[in-house]
Design a protein around this ligand. Structure first.
Ligand code: HEC
Length: 123
């Protein structure tokens, strides 16, 4: 029975890329997201205690930010909602990269550089 539960838990894990397929920045973003965002937005970005709409992937409004720069600026100014100044810009770039990788707007193996961000479009 216990084996069955373990197998079931494995099968239900979100199909995010394995660690080795993520850049150090995206991996750091995943860690920070879990710590600072997941409570309100859910571990998988679909919904959480603070917000009921997905923030990436199907059903998300993410394309309204238009570019990676737009999303970064929103995160920089307003998130985490309870204390936006808690994280540094570098940490917010990492979280933004993680979100964009999950949305398919950049490869999870890439690093998101501020100077490239205005050219990375979100669809
Ligand atoms: C305390 C709860 C809370 C935490 C923690 C939090 N958020 Fe939010 N988030 C919200 C709420 C509430 C909104 C809606 C804000 C509004 O409509 O003005 C929101 C909106 C957003 C949006 C816009 C979503 C959309 O549909 O347009 C993004 C992107 C976002 N959050 C990212 C983050 C990230 C990244 C973090 C972690 C760094 C984070 N949030 C942490 C509560 C939270």
């Amino acid at each position: 029975m216990r084996h069955f539960a373990a197998a079931l838990a494995l099968a239900l894990l979100p199909s995010l890329p394995a660690q080795a397929e993520q850049s150090a920045q995206v991996r750091e973003g995943a860690r920070l997201y879990a710590e600072a965002c997941a409570l309100c937005h859910g571990a998988d970005g679909r919904r959480g205690a603070g917000y009921q709409t997905p923030i990436w992937g199907q059903g998300a409004q993410i394309r309204r930010f238009e570019t990676a720069m737009g999303l970064f600026e929103y995160n920089q100014m307003l998130m985490p909602f309870d204390d936006p100044s808690r994280l540094t810009d570098e940490q917010k770039w990492a979280i933004t990269a993680y979100m964009l990788a999950n949305h398919g707007a950049m490869p999870p193996t890439a690093e998101l550089r501020p100077e490239q961000a205005p050219a990375i479009r979100i669809r």
